[in-house]
Design a protein around this ligand. Structure first.
Ligand code: KG4
Ligand code: ZN
Length: 335
């Protein structure tokens, strides 16, 4: 039996300042998330410089709280994991600089992690039996990818969005409807009382063989529909618009995920990222025949450091460590 490994993980890629302590990569001892959502709400989206400044203010406190809740000290740490991309450069730099300083001061190895790999690894925490290979649908505010995961750190991209990410489309539609930020949960709730078949919004690239996505056409169609109703003084049926938009997104994601499973020959589908919290998406994917579906609980769908710690554990197992030259990589690709 290997020695138990305690690790600290740090995540600051967007608007959550997060730190977590893990035991052997799959057991979460603490998972502290300070979200800046209320600060960015006033602007209708994340303001990068405001995000960086708030990370800087909160990071020490969030890390201290994670250690305290886990009942460990810096001396107990085997390695430190940090998100180094993709994300907002100024936001990433706060976590990366902090983790480098800590690594140097403690003489503790530094493990760099890709944020998207972290989203996938949220499922390892939730489902102890889950192992690669599988197909993962990663849907967040910044990413929409279909990935074949052949090992803990071996990824083959099957498809990706050509323009907007699914979460970005949710946020923009919600903003135009005046619902607030972030849009996904608000549209999800509003859609529950609407008719998903009331408005036939376009489902781009649905009939194409490839596994890429496009959401900008759908987003524009919804915005045009709203504007044309306003110009004709037709009262907006917000629940119907939300339900029909969400239905279009879910249909695209479901059909592409089904094609990815068929083309790759896998029967396990893993859902990850903030949009994985969407109730209609979970329900629709649950109806796919002969597919074993995994997804994380809501708290592990959106950004957190526990998922980064789990991905870091598998990187650490394969000796993937960084030196003090580690820099933020805002456009980092998976794989
Ligand atoms: O993974 P995440 O926290 O951040 C990124 O890495 O981008 O994802 C945030 C995104 C936002 O666009 C938010 O609107 C969306 O996830 N989201 C949802 C739901 N909850 C969060 N989208 C649809 N339905 C939800 N219930
Ligand atoms: Zn994320």
């Amino acid at each position: 039996m290997d020695k138990d490994l305690v690790s600290l993980a740090i995540e600051t890629s967007c608007d959550e300042t997060a730190a977590a302590v893990l035991l052997n990569g799959r057991t979460v001892l603490s998972n502290v998330v300070y979200t800046q959502i209320d600060i960015h709400k006033a602007f209708g989206g994340v303001v990068p410089e405001v995000a960086s400044r708030n990370h800087l203010e909160k990071i020490t406190q969030v890390v201290e709280q994670a250690l305290k809740e886990a009942d460990v000290t810096f001396k107990d740490l085997n390695h430190i994991t940090v998100t180094y991309g993709p994300g907002l450069v100024g936001a990433l730099l706060v976590g990366v600089s902090y983790a480098k300083g800590l690594s140097y001061a403690l003489g503790c190895p530094l493990v760099p992690v890709n944020h998207i790999e972290g989203h996938i690894a949220a499922n390892y925490i939730t489902h102890p039996e889950l192992k690669p290979p599988f197909v993962c649908l990663i849907v967040s505010g910044g990413h929409t990818h279909l990935v074949e995961v052949t090992d803990y750190h071996a990824f083959h991209i099957l498809g990706r969005t050509k323009d907007d990410a699914a979460g970005e489309a949710f946020d923009k539609v919600a903003r135009t409807l005046g619902l607030g930020y972030p849009g996904g949960p608000l549209i999800d709730a509003m859609a529950k009382t609407g008719d998903p078949l009331s408005i036939d919004f376009p489902k781009a690239m649905l009939n194409q063989e490839n596994l890429d996505f496009s959401f900008s056409g759908l987003k524009s169609a919804v915005l045009n529909y709203i504007n044309s109703c306003k110009m004709k003084h037709i009262e907006l049926n917000i629940p119907n618009i939300c339900a029909s938009f969400q239905h279009a997104v879910v249909e695209i994601l479901k059909q592409k995920a089904a094609s990815a499973l068929a083309q790759s020959g896998h029967s396990t589908l893993v859902l990850a990222g903030g949009v994985a919290a969407n109730s209609a998406l979970r329900e629709a994917l649950g109806t796919l025949k002969d597919v074993i579906l995994y997804y994380p609980p809501l708290a592990l769908c959106t950004d957190n450091a526990a998922m980064i710690g789990s991905a870091g554990y598998y990187r650490w197992q394969s000796q993937h460590v960084a030196d003090l030259k580690l820099n933020a990589s805002p456009n980092l690709k998976i794989g």
